[in-house]
Design a protein around this ligand. Structure first.
Ligand code: HSE
Length: 293
């Protein structure tokens, strides 16, 4: 038996659509696997009622296939589905790391990234790796079709999750098909600034580099109260605020010592917009961890 803790993640970070990702110290899924002749999946925890246990439809089924590793699998969800916090990716990442160890498949962490991404595709429709990469490798990650690069970064964060669901499939429908050259140049500049900020663990640079004129404005429209919550986070001292992944969670980069204030301001603003929410005070953290074997 192998048990793995796989962290929630925040993809895009504004300017890095489908490229950037960050592992969060909380929340997380816990995946336990045990060898079996046939694969079965049991899901408990937050939002378990919305997650199919049929291996053909669950994010973990494709991972089992790819590693040829049939197992009895238990997923304890800490990451709510349709949250913008890489819920299905956390389960796929945890399963990939756990099954690789259970069956001694010898794949490196980097080799497990595309395998877990195939699992992601089952639920989101696209095999992008910007959530599975940080959930497996930890830190801040840059994923292209060729490779993933991960760096450790110490950056305080708040993620505020409203009590509404936005599916990745729906949120991908509002992504514009084209962008102007001006917007492209601005986005490249912002993304580069953010990456330098991560390498220096500098929240001000990371925050300054989060701006994205192309995808985020379209997605923000799907989140009731977004503009007010964003403004409230900045007023409380955040260095940057954007949609987390496909939403509806909103991520704020915080300067040292400001997380509590930022979290409270974001919750108040959601409440004033008539939306229940919860806030996680978190930071960039480790990837999937084997808890027991
Ligand atoms: N990059 C993806 C998106 C992450 O924004 O659609 C969500 O799974």
């Amino acid at each position: 038996m192998v048990t793995v803790r796989a962290p929630a993640t925040s993809a895009n970070l504004g300017s890095g659509f489908d490229v950037f990702g960050a592992a969060l110290t909380r929340p997380a899924d816990v995946v336990t696997v045990e060898k079996a002749a046939e694969t079965t999946i049991e899901v408990t925890g937050v939002g378990a009622q919305y997650i199919p246990e049929d291996p053909e439809k669950n994010t973990v089924g494709a991972v089992v296939e790819a590693l040829d590793a049939p197992a009895r699998i238990h997923i304890d969800k800490g990451v709510r589905p349709a949250s913008g916090l890489g819920s299905s990716a956390a389960s796929a990442a945890g399963a990939a790391v756990a099954l690789n160890r259970l069956y001694d498949r010898g794949r490196s962490r980097s080799e497990l990234v595309p395998i877990a991404a195939e699992g992601e595709a089952v639920v989101s429709g696209v095999a992008h790796s910007d959530n599975v990469a940080p959930s497996i490798l930890g830190g801040f990650t840059v994923t292209t079709s060729e490779a993933t690069h991960a760096v450790d970064a110490a950056v305080p964060l708040v993620v505020c999750l409203p009590d509404v669901a936005v599916s990745t499939r729906d949120a991908r429908r509002v992504v514009p098909e084209t962008a102007s050259m001006d917007d492209l140049v601005a986005t490249v500049g912002n993304a580069a600034t953010l990456a330098v900020g991560m390498c220096r663990s500098d929240p001000d640079l990371v925050g300054a580099g989060m701006s994205d004129p192309v995808v985020t404005p379209e997605r923000a429209r799907l989140i009731t109260g977004y503009d007010d919550v964003r403004a409230a986070a900045f007023d409380a001292g955040a260095a940057g605020v954007t949609v987390s992944g496909a939403g509806p969670a909103i991520i704020a980069v915080c300067r040292e010592g400001s997380r509590r204030r930022v979290a409270a301001a974001m919750l108040d603003a959601f409440s004033e917009a008539g939306v229940d929410a919860r806030a996680y005070q978190t930071e960039i953290g480790k990837g999937s961890t084997i808890l027991e074997e």
